[in-house]
Design a protein around this ligand. Structure first.
Ligand SMILES: O=c1ccn([C@@H]2O[C@H](COP(=O)(O)O)[C@@H](O)[C@H]2O)c(=O)[nH]1
Length: 272
């Protein structure tokens, strides 16, 4: 998918919502557990009930790896289901990969070619040659961790060196990477006070913003400085949407929670 196609979808749906598919078998409704592939069935029903309210889905790969080969098969079925039935949806493999160049190339092939995701999250710590193999793929996006939403994110990401915090250095340096137009960045919704500074460095790149919902981040605060003329935001909520109910009405309740966020986004976009 191109950036222009993503922006078009956001304008059409009046939504820059990303729904996180972090499926935990301990949290899904009992009646699904008897099925052959409860993870896929859960995802399928969530997707069918929410696809008109969201522009992106983000399976966090850890939740699939945790169930071994069966989890991987559920992931594969989920991405195939999305690509076949809702090709207009932007897909994010939240895998937080990155390694020496030839290894990164294998990760990129696994997620962009074999699984056909539109994007993948990547850790920047190993530098240029660990990121550029992902950027080499046309119409695919590499979402670099910049300022994460978790408390421990501040252990390193805000350390200062030469009047610059580490996350600022990550943003600035990555702009010099080959094909840097294929970059997006992760910035936590729990860090609203940093958005203005971040937008000064990356005024046009999309930010993937987790942390709304279960982690307590505010959509309004994120949009104040995060929103651009081309929107530039994908705001993720996982647990707050997919576990709104663990009864037989789970998909309906997920849809209601998605609608609440979409309506809030619509109001923000209409006022732009
Ligand atoms: O800084 C980060 C980077 C990634 N995440 C991931 O996003 C979702 C958030 O889930 P919620 O249930 O909405 O809290 C999850 O997959 C995280 O691993 C993040 O939270 N913060």
């Amino acid at each position: 998918m191109t950036k222009e196609q993503l922006i078009e979808q956001i304008r059409l749906k009046k939504s820059f919502l990303c729904i996180g598919l972090d499926v935990d078998l301990d949290k899904i409704p009992e009646h699904l557990k008897e099925l052959e592939d409860p993870i896929f069935e859960f995802n399928k029903q969530i997707i069918d009930a929410t696809h008109h309210l969201t522009v992106a889905y983000k399976p966090n790969i850890a939740f699939y790896e945790a169930y071994g080969i069966k989890g991987w098969q559920s992931l594969e079925k989920t991405i195939n289901y999305l690509n076949q039935n809702y090709p207009e949806i932007f897909t994010i493999a939240d895998a937080k990969r990155g390694d020496i160049g030839n290894t990164s190339t294998r990760y990129a092939k696994a997620y962009f070619e074999d699984l056909s995701f539109d994007s993948i999250t990547v850790a920047p710590y190993m530098g240029r040659d660990s990121v550029e193999p992902f950027l080499a793929f046309k119409d695919k996006f590499t979402i670099l961790l910049a300022l994460t939403s978790n408390a421990g994110g501040l252990d390193f990401q805000t350390l200062e060196y030469n009047d610059e915090q580490l996350y600022q250095r990550v943003l600035k340096t990555s702009l010099n990477y080959k094909n840097s137009e294929n970059l997006m960045y992760v910035v936590g919704a729990t860090r609203p006070e940093y958005f203005q500074k971040i937008r000064k460095i990356v005024p046009n790149h999309f930010l993937l913003v987790p942390g709304v919902g279960a982690q307590g981040g505010s959509l309004q605060d994120v949009c104040k400085y995060g929103l651009t003329d081309d929107i530039g935001l994908l705001v993720n909520s996982s647990r707050g949407i997919i576990y709104a109910s663990n009864g037989t009405d789970f998909a309906e309740k997920a849809s209601e929670k998605s609608l609440e966020l979409q309506q809030e986004m619509k109001t923000i976009l209409d006022a732009q």
